[in-house]
Design a protein around this ligand. Structure first.
Ligand SMILES: Cc1cc2nc3c(=O)[nH]c(=O)nc-3n(C[C@H](O)[C@H](O)[C@H](O)COP(=O)(O)O)c2cc1C
Length: 200
């Protein structure tokens, strides 16, 4: 599928076919493609948690407004982020470029150390970009998806044993649509959201 086609055809599907299954290599392929998403300083701060246990998915659905996508999609993937990724052996993010690592690694420390808000902003940026890569990769593989934040984050954190220093950003359900997505809600015109040089 052409990229533009995938962008246009990706929609947030509400009804997934519960009989349609993805195998481990298919899910690993999706995540491997998401791992090619850009991150600041190549920090790769996202962490993907695949809820493959049906019982855990049932539990999760209870804290997600009973949304059917949680249990009916073939794969339900939570995207968390390590807020301290910048401080965890950061040389490995540049292991193929050891000379560049000598300057970029100290710069990373300066950029993030003691700046909780920037650490959290980075988590959300990285995860959002990765989620879109995941959804477009799914579309490219002939699959459908739904991005989701409609769940109780505190309860979800307990359920999945979210590690200290991690934050939970969002979920992506992936599978095969039983019904097409609802009609688009109504896109804003370019004139309302796109500007040149300065805001009016
Ligand atoms: C961050 C985020 C959270 C969302 N959470 C939910 C959700 O919990 N449940 C749901 O059905 N759709 C959810 N959506 C889907 C949006 O409703 C949908 O993207 C929007 O209506 C535009 O439709 P489209 O994705 O089909 O173009 C979410 C989308 C985003 C980006």
């Amino acid at each position: 599928m052409e990229l533009e086609d995938a962008i246009v055809k990706r929609r947030s599907v509400k009804k997934f076919d519960p009989e349609f299954h993805l195998n481990d290599p298919q899910v690993e392929r999706l995540i491997s493609l998401a791992l090619l998403s850009p991150t600041a300083f190549n920090i790769q701060n996202w962490r993907f948690l695949w809820l493959s246990d049906p019982n855990l998915r049932l539990e999760f659905r209870k804290i997600a407004w009973d949304q059917a996508q949680v249990t009916d999609a073939s794969a339900f993937i939570l995207i968390a982020a390590d807020l301290k990724a910048w401080d965890r052996d950061p040389e490995r993010y540049w292991r193929n470029q050891p000379d560049f690592a000598k300057t970029v690694v100290p710069a990373m420390g300066q950029y993030y150390r003691g700046k909780e808000r920037i650490q959290r902003d980075e988590a959300m940026r990285s995860a959002g970009i990765a989620a879109q890569t995941l959804m477009l990769a799914a579309k490219g593989m002939g699959l459908d998806s739904c991005p989701m934040t409609g769940f109780n984050y505190d309860a979800a954190g307990s359920l999945i044993k979210l590690p200290k220093d991690y934050c939970l950003t969002m979920a992506v359900a992936v599978g095969r649509a039983l019904e097409p997505a609802n009609a688009r809600g109504g896109q804003l015109p370019l004139s309302e959201v796109f500007f040149k040089n300065r805001f009016p």
